[in-house]
Structure formats: C-alpha cells, structure tokens
Design a binder for this molecule. Sequence first.
Ligand code: PGA
Length: 271
Amino acid sequence: MNRDDVRKAVSDAVYSRIGRQNAAPLFFANWKMNKSAWDVRAFLKGLRDKALLDRENIAIFPPFPYLYILQSELRYSKAGFGAQDVSESASGAFTGEVSAAMLADCGCRYCIVGHSERRAMHGESDALVARKAAALLKEGVCPVVCVGESLAERESGAYEAVLARQMAAIMPVMGKAKFILAYEPVWAIGTGRAATSEQIGQTHAFLRCQLSAELGDAGTSAPILYGGSVSEGNAAEIGRIPNVSGFLIGGASLDVGKFSNIVGATAPGRP
Ligand code: PGA
C-alpha cells in the first residue's frame, strides 16, 4: 500500500463508522478566521486534558496556516481536522489558493465547502461548490458541503426550493462517494438565534429524503450536521432530533470549555 492507499483506507474506515445510524454525533469546530498559533496549541491541550482527542467524532477546522500544527499535534489522536475551503483547481497560477492535494498532504480528513460566508462574500455559486467537492473527492478528502437558506427565503416559504437547488448541484458529483452534508440556515449563523427543533427536524427530514431519493444507500447513510448558533444550552436538544448526525459549530467552538460542554451534553447515553 502506498501513502495514498493508506490515507484512503483510513478515511473509508472512519467514514463507515461515522455514517452509521445511531453513531456518536459529530462535533465539527469551524474556527473561521480566528485564533493564533499559541491559541491553537492551548485549545488542543485543553482537549487532550479532557481526553477528547481520543474521539474520532471530533474534528477541528482551523485557518490554513494552522493545519500544520494540527497535523503534528494530532498524529497519534483519533480526532481529525480539516480545512475551511479549497481551490477547484489542481495546481498552477492561482495566487492565494490551496489545492485539495495540498490539504491531503497536510493530513486533512475533511474540508468544508459552500459555507454561506463564502457563498455571500466571495460569490461562490452552486456549480463552483460542486467542483470544489469533486476536487476533494479526487484526493480522498471528505467534503463537508454546506447548504442553507436566507431569512427572506425561510420566511417566504421558498427555503425548500433553495435547498433543493443547492443539493441538485452537488448530487451528480457525489454519486456513491462519502461526504457529509451540513444544514446551516444563514439567519442562524453567528446570530445567537438557532433554528427551532421543529424547523431543524422538518428540514433535516427534507434533506434526508432528497439524499436517499437521489443517491440510494449512499444518501441514506451520509451524515447531516446542523450548524447555526449551536451552544451549550441547545446542543442536547438539537442532538436528539431525528436525522441530526452532529454539529458544525462556529462561535461556541472557539472556547475549549464551551466546546467540551457541548460534546459532554450530547454524548451517547446522556439524556
Ligand atoms: P455559529 O457558526 O455557530 O457561530 O453560528 C456556525 C458556522 O458558521 O459554521
């Protein structure tokens, strides 16, 4: 087995566990453009002290320069890490971009694509998000594909059509590939106003139906994360909603205490 085969075998093994029904929920920490190298090491020490680096259902998504720290600090840990974005291109004259092969080289198990902040601030289209996901799959990195509607789309009732459009773009790329979907209503991100349990339950069921109808077994087992103002106060309740396979956590993942409490509040077997 060469290095690429080993990496693929590891991500296949991890995915087959995380994709299982009733598997431990996933806790993905999206740090966005926050923290220093010192902060990153302090956070990892905090997780290690709480034995949370032994959990393969935890992953950290730091800014690009700190992936290297994660690669070195987590080399004997089950916890994973990933990037927040990737180029659709493989290599070449693309100043400022980072390729999927480079992320794989740095040991990334996952990479977020289509986060609403990138869709809104960098004009990323559904088609570009799909191409980025395809670039990741080629390198054996699991895409975490974000979808979500704006407040106006939620309030007008158009949100299902918007989500269906975002999903339609990525489905042809996914086929039987292993990927993770993240439902992140734009109006819930960073606002302190998470979607209600009813909204999350209904929307995740809708997304699950879309996935299963289009992708069969691959769609039935793909994890669907919820993201948007997840906190110590609401994680346990959200974690009990059917079709919620875990969380993509922004603000509350910056503080090791809050992040650990979210993990603790939703651990399997806890009420
Ligand atoms: P938030 O961000 O938890 O701060 O709302 C979530 C995200 O953007 O992934």
